[in-house]
Ligand binder design. Structure first.
Ligand SMILES: *Cc1c(COP(=O)(O)O)cnc(C)c1O
Length: 425
């Protein structure tokens, strides 16, 4: 077989990660074990000192979870991955690995509501400050970066406004200042976009969405490109000796895997936001059909977007690969295979007309979720983004009449019929 890393994403969805040896189960087994048996005390001591590879306790690593991590790292083209208990904890750990109290982050302001409050409010209480800037705005970004800024954070396709990040441009600017770009790739998935190919340094996912794809498991993952130069004088957290591990330096010992190793052996060890083996099994099973699903989500969404664009009761609509969309050119560059499954649009009228339309839906259900096989709708202003002030909502593009539509893989004619009857109802 070819080296796995040279295979296409479609093949890696199916064949990546778990590689059974002769006589072993063909399907990834669930290793439902907290602990691992050893014959020799020195061997366990060596594990504790990070001198030897191996599992010691499932808070830190587990074979089922590791197989899933490997598959995602291969699909994203990275050197390593760390699965977490949720997308939120993936974001948290991705940041904490290189940023501490007294330091600073720059983030694009069109983020998922939970990320916005995590970065803008909770991390602030831990002494990490954030400046939010408008998506892709070079001048604002340059103006916001300070001496103590450690990273730039953004989403490939924003949740819920579906604006597309100019990864090449923003990563180049971040690199000028010697800091990495972290990209939340939840909406695109590595099937539609691999941010590392365009200069991003770290990728995060809420695996809860398209990667699982069936709405069974909350989870997250961080992937390390292995390409960022941590030895540029700005990241003593990775280059300096860590007294907790007898003075080892992550960059000296783990080279291109310095970042992802520290995320595991310090932050998931200490904070314990671990993905369970069972959730890793289910999410891995979901990923096996990711390529098929993303194609169908994308073609269905484009048809639905065209229908909505022409509907007299639709005020405005955004879908990255819809011709004429403000993101169209960026989308053709970054997600040419498909625009993913999320459409943002406004119902003519205001908040009441919008809620009424949602209440009239039959096949499409109201759930607080995106990116699974079923079509569903949500009202961000009163739900996912309700913690933001009205001003911050408008700044982030959350209009009162906005609907976030997650288009499933059902028959597209029947999806459109349902959306249409809700306007008439
Ligand atoms: C859902 C989501 C998150 C948070 O993930 P959880 O798994 O719900 O913790 C982060 N980023 C994006 C883009 C999301 O859609």
């Amino acid at each position: 077989m070819k080296e796995l890393k040279n295979l296409s994403v479609e093949t890696l969805c199916v064949q990546g990660g778990y590689q059974p040896k002769n006589g072993e189960p063909r399907i990834l087994p669930i290793f439902q074990s907290t602990t691992y048996k050893y014959d020799d005390a020195d061997e366990v001591a060596a594990l504790f000192d990070l001198e030897k590879d191996g599992h010691m306790y499932s808070r830190i690593s587990n074979p089922t979870v590791n197989a899933f991590e490997e598959k995602i790292a291969q699909m994203e083209g990275g050197v390593g991955a760390l699965a977490t208990s949720s997308g939120q904890s993936a974001t948290l750990l991705a940041i904490l690995t290189i940023c501490k109290a007294g330091e600073h982050i720059v983030a694009m302001n069109n983020l998922y509501g939970g990320t916005y409050t995590l970065i803008g409010s909770t991390l602030e209480k831990f002494g990490i400050k954030t400046t939010f800037v408008h998506l892709n705005n070079e001048e604002e970004l340059r103006g916001a970066i300070q001496d103590n800024t450690k990273l730039v954070f953004s989403e490939t396709i924003g949740n819920p406004g579906v604006d597309v990040l100019d990864i090449e441009k923003i990563s180049a600017i971040a690199h000028e200042y010697g800091i990495p770009l972290i990209v939340d790739n939840t909406f695109a998935t590595p099937y539609l976009c691999r941010p590392f190919d365009f200069g991003a340094d770290i990728v995060t996912h809420s695996t809860t969405k398209f990667l699982d794809g069936h709405a069974t498991s909350v989870g997250g993952v961080i992937v390390d490109s292995g390409k960022f130069n941590w030895e540029n004088g700005k990241f003593s957290c990775l280059t300096d000796k860590d007294p907790n591990y007898h003075g080892l330096s992550y960059t000296d010992t783990f080279k291109e895997q310095a970042y992802i190793t520290k995320a595991r052996v310090v932050f998931i060890r200490d904070l314990g936001t671990t993905m369970s083996p069972f959730n890793a099994f289910l999410t891995n099973l979901g990923v096996e059909t990711l390529a098929l699903r993303m194609e169908k989500h994308s073609t269905n969404s484009l048809e639905v977007a065209k229908f909505l664009k022409d509907h007299p009761k639709v005020d405005w609509i955004k879908y990255p690969l819809l011709e004429g969309d403000s993101n169209y050119e960026l989308a053709k560059k970054y997600v040419p295979k498909g625009g993913s499954g999320i459409i943002a649009f406004g119902v003519k009228g205001g908040i009441e007309e919008t809620k009424k339309w949602i209440n009239n839906l039959k096949l499409t259900t109201l759930v607080v979720h995106v990116g699974d096989i079923r079509t569903h709708a949500l009202h961000p202003a009163s739900m996912t983004h309700r913690q933001l002030s009205e001003e911050a909502q408008i700044e982030a593009g959350i209009l009162p009449n906005m609907v976030r539509l997650s288009v499933g893989i059902e028959n597209v004619k029947e999806i459109i019929e349902d959306l249409n009857q809700a306007f008439e109802g």
